[in-house]
Ligand binder design. Structure first.
Ligand SMILES: [Zn+2]
Length: 134
């Protein structure tokens, strides 16, 4: 349990700051994001750019499911720092579950399994982790 912002709590069941992905063997990271409340606002960025956000994953939903890299250009460095950001504009709870999968979506490793909760509209949280690829 940790706290952030004015009213935020972060509950980590699994939290790793580093993951290695063998993309040449078609391993990938698989993001599962669950949202409670309205207007999900979250994004994933690397050191160089924003890769995706709630707005470009379609209409507001409770459950999001996104693999990385979806496009080869999303992995633009062999050693990159990623940040997953959540904003509590109207949503009150996010769960991030990040898994490393093989080419058949079999789980090789759980990288993150974390809840973020706040009922304060201005709160936000940034989760950082390093991803290396080979
Ligand atoms: Zn997968």
């Amino acid at each position: 349990m940790g706290s952030f912002g004015n009213a935020g709590t972060r509950t980590k069941r699994v939290f790793k700051t580093f993951v290695q992905v063998n993309v040449s063997a078609n391993e990938h990271l698989h993001y599962f994001i669950t949202v409670l409340g309205a207007t999900p606002l979250f994004s994933l960025s690397c050191e160089h750019k924003t890769l995706w956000s709630a707005q470009n994953l379609g209409p507001p939903a409770m459950n999001y499911d996104r693999i990385w890299p979806l496009l080869p250009t999303e992995a633009d460095s062999n050693d990159d720092e990623y940040v997953f950001m959540v904003l509590f504009f109207a949503a009150t709870k996010y769960t991030l579950r990040l898994e490393r999968h093989d080419a058949n979506h079999q789980v090789l490793e759980v990288v993150e399994d974390i809840d973020y909760e706040s009922n304060f509209h201005g709160d936000k949280f940034r989760e950082f982790f390093t991803v290396t690829t080979q």
